[in-house]
Structures are given as structure tokens and as C-alpha cells.
Design a protein around this ligand. Structure first.
Ligand code: IMP
Length: 425
């Protein structure tokens, strides 16, 4: 039985995870975020109203699903409270449906400030972050100096830790950036107020998950970002600061062998926000066509997304490293009307494929493309695989062949019902 299901994007984020979660929701009892922070963006339409969640699991929209934020997530309380407020307006009270681990590291204002100052300083460290203090908070986590949620409930410890942190950060702000300091007392008071507001949501996440596992409940582990942004397996250094699939046990406390089924999500083409290599990027009118037709604007930052063909070389590798069992193919309808569609199968490069994969050093490569005939008969809004035109089916076949796993779901449009389910998990 598939009881513990993981779901993750296999590209550079924005693969359409929110919609896939929405489609699985009827069969789920719980959903868990385990990595990242409010750098993620899941756009959902609830009762005709558009909501973008960054930190809350996107399954929160479904009132029968219990949601968790595991210890691997870095939490901005300001962002959390504003999302809870927005969610409450549409969904009512969510207090009994959301539990947050006390072991989560916090994102403090100095993390955000340093992230932004570094990016603005325009030196070699600029990678086009979301500017939300994600990487800087994880730096404190691995540096073993994070302020965690649990520390909010010990005033002496909290004050000491804030003083130590600010000594460190204020010296950087003043000496490296000639920027004003952050005052400890003000920040301490804000932290104490936030601690009170947070209290009803803090709980023993791993114990609750184990109870759910023991009673045969279905749990979804929602990956944010995408596998190519994994700090260890992605296109380093142009990555986020957490681990995707490998982050599940560390970010929740479950055993690595608990995951029964992994769903990988890929768009029918590729997009990327921020800096970094993108071998199949298009700079021509086809790229523009994909951007316009696909509405490719970042859900978190509003930045335009770079667009290109589907990269089969990276896809097949991300399927392997993530242990994907089945693929969801999203936005196939965006390709409707193109005369030709392309998928990169490998690269022309001086490095061997295995070295490329080991280092993800793909700055200089050129893709080798498989060119397929496009289709004029729309896939848009189709709900049956049999109703897809032959060329679109051939495109899906090729993806399965390259990735080595079945395409179990195809999204043919933005609405929940614009979906082809080929295999129910
Ligand atoms: P950070 O996660 O804010 O540190 O940003 C690091 C890189 O990851 C930047 O290129 C961001 O644009 C990218 N990134 C972070 N979160 C997302 C996401 O949810 N979707 C797409 N890209 C993301």
C-alpha cells in the first residue's frame, strides 16, 4: 500500500506542484513540508479566490487534511502569520489542522537583510535568490547557532542568542556594507510577541506522523523548489540551501525507508528563475511564446521565468537520484500550436556524462535535441488520454522512454479538472 508518498519537482521549481497536490487531496490524510521556507510559491484557486502559499503546505486548502511543518523548514514567523491570516479568511480556523515542529530554525530579520545586501552588492556571490533569508538562516543552522522555535520559550536563552547573533551580523552590516545595525531589544520584544501567537501551532510533529503511519493514514511529503535546486545534487552554486528528496528523513524524523512511492513533476518544457546554467534556454520567439502562453512569472518574486525546451538529460538523472516511481507532466497545453517540439536527450560536452552528473557543471554544454512534430489539435482541457492527438501521445511516449518511468498524470490546463489520470496511486 502506498501510504507515505513523496512529491517533488524535478526541474528548477515551479513545475505545478500545487495543482498535483490538489488532485491527490481527496485520498490524503496529512501533508508535510520538510525543507525550504517561504521562498516556495504554490498558487491555488479556492472558491474562485487566488491564494499563493509560500510556507504552508498547499494541502491546507483541504479541510480534511492535517498539515505539518517539519524540522527541516526554516520559518519566518512574519511570513507564517500573514499566510495563516490569509488562509483563515478563506478557509476558517486552521489551528487544529496545522502543527509546526519546535525544532525548526527561525528566519530572523538579519537573515533577510544579509541575503538582500549580498545580492545587491553585485559581486560573485550573487545567485538571484528570492531575498527571503533562506540561505542565511540555513548557514546559521549548519553553523550550529540557529535560534530555533523552542528557544522562543526560554527568555534568557533567547536574549543571549539574539545578542550573540546580532554581535556577529551587526559587525557585517556595518563593516562590509556600511548599513545600520539591528537593535537587540526591539527584536527581542518582537520575538516574544511572536512566540505567544505561535504557541497554538507548536507540537510534536514526528510523534503525530508516527501515529498516523501506525493507523494506516496516507501522508504526502511536499517538496518545495525542485530537484535541480537541491544544494547537494543540483546546479551548485546556483541552488537553494536545502536537500529535496534526501531532506525528507532529516526534515521530518521519519525513516528513509518509509517512503512507498515518489511522484516527480516536470513541465512539458523548462523554466528557471534566478541566475545559473540552463542548457536548453531559448532566447528566440519560441521562448517568448512559452513565457507568454505559460504565464511564466515567479509566484514568489514576480520575476519573469526564463524558458526553454524540456531537458531530458537532466530529467532522467533527477528521476534516478530522487527514486521517482511515476511522473506528472504539466502544461502540455502550452505546446499546443507549435510546429515542432524538442527534447534534449544529452549534451555535446568535453566532460563525460558521468562527470557532468557528478559535478552538475553544465555551464558550457550544448544540448543534442530530438525534434518531434508538434500538434495543432489542442490538448487543452482534455481529460482522457485516448483523446490526445497522436503527436502529443508520441511526445509523452518519448518522455517515458527518456525518463525510464511512466507518466501517470498529465495536466492539460490550469483548472483542477483539466487533468488526465493514467494511473491512480
Ligand atoms: P533562495 O532559495 O531564495 O536562496 O534562492 C536560491 C535560488 O533558488 C534562486 O535561483 C531562486 O530563484 C531559486 N528558488 C528558490 N525557491 C524557488 C521556488 O520555489 N521556485 C523556483 N525557484 C526557486
Amino acid at each position: 500500500m502506498n501510504q507515505n508518498i513523496s512529491l517533488l519537482g524535478l526541474q528548477w521549481g515551479d513545475e505545478g506542484k500545487g495543482k498535483v497536490v490538489d488532485n491527490l487531496a481527496n485520498d490524503l490524510d496529512a501533508a508535510v513540508r520538510y525543507q525550504g521556507g517561504h521562498n516556495a510559491g504554490h498558487t491555488l484557486i479556492v472558491d474562485g479566490k487566488k491564494i499563493v502559499f509560500h510556507l504552508l503546505p498547499s494541502a491546507i486548502c483541504h479541510e480534511n487534511i492535517k498539515c505539518y511543518i517539519g524540522r527541516g523548514v526554516v520559518v519566518s514567523l512574519e511570513a507564517l502569520f500573514s499566510e495563516i491570516k490569509e488562509a483563515k479568511e478563506v478557509l476558517g480556523n486552521i489551528e487544529d489542522r496545522l502543527t509546526i515542529s519546535p525544532a525548526c530554525s527561525l528566519i530572523q530579520p538579519y537573515h533577510i537583510k544579509l541575503d538582500q545586501l549580498r545580492e545587491l552588492s553585485n559581486n560573485l556571490t550573487k545567485i538571484g535568490t528570492t531575498g527571503r533569508g533562506i540561505g542565511t538562516s540555513y548557514e546559521d543552522k549548519v553553523g550550529r547557532r540557529s535560534i530555533r522555535i523552542t528557544d522562543l520559550y526560554n527568555e534568557t536563552k533567547l536574549k543571549d542568542k539574539l545578542e550573540q547573533s546580532l554581535e556577529f551580523y551587526n559587525s557585517i552590516f556595518q563593516h562590509s556594507f556600511a548599513s545600520p545595525k539591528i537593535e537587540v531589544n526591539e527584536l527581542f520584544d518582537i520575538n516574544l510577541q511572536q512566540a505567544e501567537e505561535l504557541k497554538p501551532y507548536v507540537g510534536n510533529v514526528i510523534e503525530e506522523i508516527r501515529n498516523l503511519q501506525q493507523t494506516g493514514k496516507k501522508i504526502l511529503y511536499e517538496g518545495a523548489q525542485g530537484a535541480l535546486l537541491d544544494v547537494s545534487l543540483g546546479t551548485y552554486p546556483f541552488v537553494t540551501s536545502s536537500n529535496l528528496i534526501g531532506g525528507i528523513p532529516a526534515g521530518t524524523g521519519i525513516s528513509p525507508s518509509d517512503i512507498d512511492y515518489t511522484i516527480g513533476i516536470t513541465k512539458a518544457y523548462t523554466t528557471r528563475v534566478g541566475e545559473g546554467p540552463f542548457p536548453t534556454e531559448l532566447f528566440d520567439e519560441t521562448g517568448q511564446y512559452l513565457a507568454e502562453k505559460g504565464g511564466e512569472v515567479g509566484a514568489t518574486t514576480g520575476r519573469p521565468r526564463r524558458c526553454g525546451w524540456l531537458d531530458g538529460f537532466l530529467l532522467s538523472n533527477m528521476v534516478k537520484v530522487s527514486g521517482v516511481d511515476g511522473l506528472c507532466l504539466t502544461k502540455i497545453d502550452v505546446l499546443d500550436g507549435l510546429e515542432k517540439v524538442k527534447i534534449s536527450t544529452d549534451y555535446i560536452s568535453h566532460a563525460t556524462p558521468s562527470t557532468l552528473i557528478e559535478t552538475m557543471d553544465i555551464e558550457e554544454v550544448k544540448p543534442n535535441y530530438l525534434e518531434l512534430d508538434g500538434w495543432s489539435e489542442p490538448t487543452s482541457g482534455k481529460t482522457n488520454y485516448e483523446d490526445l492527438n497522436e503527436n502529443a501521445k508520441l511526445f509523452v511516449d518519448k518522455i517515458e522512454e527518456i525518463a525510464g518511468v511512466p507518466v501517470i498524470m498529465i495536466s492539460t490546463g490550469p483548472k483542477r479538472e483539466d487533468t488526465i489520470i493514467r494511473e491512480k496511486i
